[in-house]
Design a binder for this molecule. Structure first.
Ligand SMILES: [Zn+2]
Length: 336
């Protein structure tokens, strides 16, 4: 059998290994050598589902797991808790995913790989448990406020996001994420807890989980526009792969404003300055989810200055130029 076709083992546990208490992400394989589903019996059902470490280098969820291991070592949680711990090998290596692996948050739709089979098994386990809600915990690579992502505009999903933070993002693409898959059978949210290693992110996530565990039921009506500021993505900002790029004051074909990262989730007006370019055409394109080029709709280039042509809200802008080149500079959003 080819290695690539070898099924991936899924462990089932009825407790969180206490060896995690006080341990570090690099040592996770000592406690959880394989992807695992951990089910804790609580004071009532149905369970809250947590999805942790789909991205191995986003370790807020590791710290949440460690704190839950300590808290529920000797007593049951107020509600059943089911926890999927995903890419443990990448966690041990401090990587988003390992060479030869897919991104663990892009495999929750149809596919033939052993990784797809793994999460199909997890999804089936979850579906049979008829979860109260699903929470997938992540970190951002750039400096962003904390926010929740939803994939359905149902009152329960929106309340779940609002319970985490006032900022929310609605998306349906990419369609292969954990929260889209789980939103087919329960309220689901992805929470973005700031940068990896940010202690506030760990505590915010844990506090949110506590409040969801204590919740009896979700309200029937959607939260107010003040309780949840909901955005949707209109396009990603892609930098021309042939252009050199730098943050000011360094020189390059595209010179990004030094304070660009601080604009994440700031509602910008037309005219807001973003970057300087040596060419009359913008080397930063705005591409929507269907691949349409919206650059001329959003950007003005005047004497080398790239600025917004219409109001928009940037998100997920990163200062990591490797990510900018491989993926994108960030996204433009509008209020839903
Ligand atoms: Zn992530």
């Amino acid at each position: 059998m080819m290695l690539a076709d070898t099924p991936i083992r899924l462990d089932r546990l009825d407790h969180i290994p206490t060896s995690l208490i006080g341990s570090e992400p690099e040592a996770i394989l000592d406690s959880l050598p394989h992807p695992s589903v951990i089910t804790l019996a609580g004071d009532r059902g149905p369970p809250l589902w947590l999805s942790l470490l789909l991205h191995g280098n986003e370790t807020s969820s590791f710290h949440v797991l460690r704190m839950l291991a300590e808290r529920y070592r000797d007593r049951p949680p107020p509600r059943d808790l089911s926890i999927f711990v995903g890419n443990v090998r990448a966690t041990a290596a401090g990587k988003r995913f390992l060479p030869g692996q897919p991104d663990f948050n892009r495999i929750w739709s149809d596919g033939e790989s052993p990784y797809h089979a793994l999460v199909r098994e997890v999804t089936e386990i979850a579906r049979e448990q008829n979860p109260f809600a699903s929470v997938d915990i992540h970190n951002n690579s750039g400096r962003n406020p904390h926010y929740g992502c939803v994939n359905a505009l149902r009152p329960a999903d929106l309340h779940l996001a609002a319970m985490f933070d006032q900022l929310g993002v609605y998306y349906r693409t990419p369609s292969s994420t954990q929260s889209i898959a789980f939103s087919a059978f329960c309220p689901a949210v992805t929470i973005e807890c700031g940068k990896t290693g940010d202690h506030d992110g760990h505590m915010h996530a844990l506090d949110f989980i506590d409040r969801v565990l204590d919740l009896d039921r979700f309200p029937d009506t959607a939260p107010t526009k003040d309780a949840l500021k909901l955005y949707h993505t209109v396009g990603s900002m892609i930098v021309d792969p042939d252009a050199s790029i730098a943050f000011a004051p360094d020189e390059a074909d595209v010179v990004l404003d030094e304070g660009l990262e601080a604009l994440n989730f700031v509602d910008l007006q037309a005219g807001a300055y973003l970057a300087r370019a040596g060419s009359p055409r913008s080397p930063i394109a705005v591409i929507d989810e269907q691949g349409h080029d919206l650059t001329d709709l959003f950007f003005d280039v005047d004497d080398g200055r790239i600025s917004l042509k219409r109001p928009a809200t940037p998100a997920m802008i990163t200062r990591d130029l490797d990510i900018v080149k491989q993926d994108c500079l960030g996204y433009l959003m509008e209020r839903l």
